[in-house]
Design a binder for this molecule. Structure first.
Ligand code: NAD
Length: 300
């Protein structure tokens, strides 16, 4: 148990429910146009965390009435075989979304695989064409975790316009697209963004200047009172397993040491139960948007 008062917690569940309600309406509209979106997830190998994520994605589809298929391939699958499966899905009109679960085994070139996905079906927003559209302010779909964070900030009425947001982490999945979304010129963004990473010097000096800190470095309880000023809004993206005296032998903690920062933060997302539920909700949103685009359905 942590010591953060309930009213400071930014929970993901109500926000994801809000997104699911919105999607329910869009799905009904698609249905009235004889369209049922379909998402195909490809999982290569048997990474336990990936298996959990893939199962959750399938369940979310089921809950909403989105068709889903999971293709499970052995860890020794060749790059050519994987590319051939993607090619089949690229040209299958009944399939609207393709998600290749990362990380891939080391003998497969992740970039080559991402580039092979038809951008219209790239529900992760990883394809360079979609990344380019995002950066230029004209996105096709939005990257799931960063878009989920934007949705949370909006839901909880936390403005970003003119605010100093420090993004910790520069991965292609979280840090970089997060910074890109936040600097866009629109009412939901307009932030002044600093990105800090593993080579940043005097990191605490920078994070202490943040109105909003987005922690996405994958280091358990790294950020403490030393890094955060009074009144900061903290979004903790980290999901880290640490040994614990639980049935499973581990528990999940974020990148932020909740106990250390509890009196300082204005608001904070808990781990688990914060950003986590949002990523899958946004994946569902992208699948719906990709289906509408491919089937030429325009929402009212
Ligand atoms: P990553 O390992 O690809 O990237 C981590 C980044 O953090 C790197 O850019 C690195 O420069 C930076 N970094 C590492 N150590 C640092 C340090 N000591 N100081 C400053 N910067 C440092 O990880 P990722 O895929 O971006 O994920 C980050 C975390 O978010 C992980 O814990 C991951 O499990 C979690 N995650 C959560 C969700 C979700 O849905 N909540 C989704 C994706 C990732």
């Amino acid at each position: 148990m942590h010591s953060v008062p309930e009213e400071k917690l930014l929970k993901g569940k109500p926000v994801s429910e809000h997104v699911y309600n919105r999607l329910g309406e869009q799905l009904s509209f698609l249905k009235s146009n004889n369209v049922t979106p379909k998402l195909t997830v490809i999982l290569v190998g048997e990474d336990p965390a990936s298996q959990v994520y893939v199962r959750r994605k399938g369940k979310a589809c089921e809950k909403l009435g989105i068709l889903s298929e999971t293709i499970t391939l052995p860890a020794e699958t060749s790059e050519e075989t994987l590319l051939a499966r993607i090619q089949e899905l690229n040209t299958d009109d009944s399939n609207h979304g393709i998600l290749v679960q990362l990380p891939l085994p080391s003998h497969i070139d992740e970039n080559r695989v991402i580039r092979a996905i038809n951008p219209a079906k790239d529900v992760d927003c990883f394809h360079p064409q979609n990344v380019g559209l995002l950066v230029s302010g004209n996105p096709y779909v939005l990257p799931c975790t960063p878009a989920g964070i934007m949705e949370m900030l909006d839901y909880y009425n936390i403005p970003t316009s003119g605010k100093h947001v420090v993004v910790a982490g520069r991965s292609n999945i979280v840090g970089k697209p997060m910074a890109n979304l936040l600097v866009q010129k629109n009412n939901r963004a307009n932030a002044t963004v600093t990105v800090v990473h593993s080579r940043t010097q005097n990191m605490a000096e920078l994070t202490k200047q943040a109105d909003i800190l987005i922690a996405a470095i994958g280091k358990p309880r790294f950020f403490t009172a030393e890094h955060i000023s009074n009144g900061t809004v903290v979004v903790d993206v980290g999901i880290n397993r640490i040994d614990a005296d639980t049935e499973k032998g581990y528990k999940l903690v974020g990148d932020v040491d909740l106990d250390s920062v509890s009196t300082l933060v204005e608001k904070i997302t808990p781990v688990p139960g914060g950003v986590g539920p949002m990523t899958i909700a946004m994946l569902m949103q992208n699948t719906v948007l990709a289906a509408a685009a491919q089937e030429n359905v325009v929402f009212p």
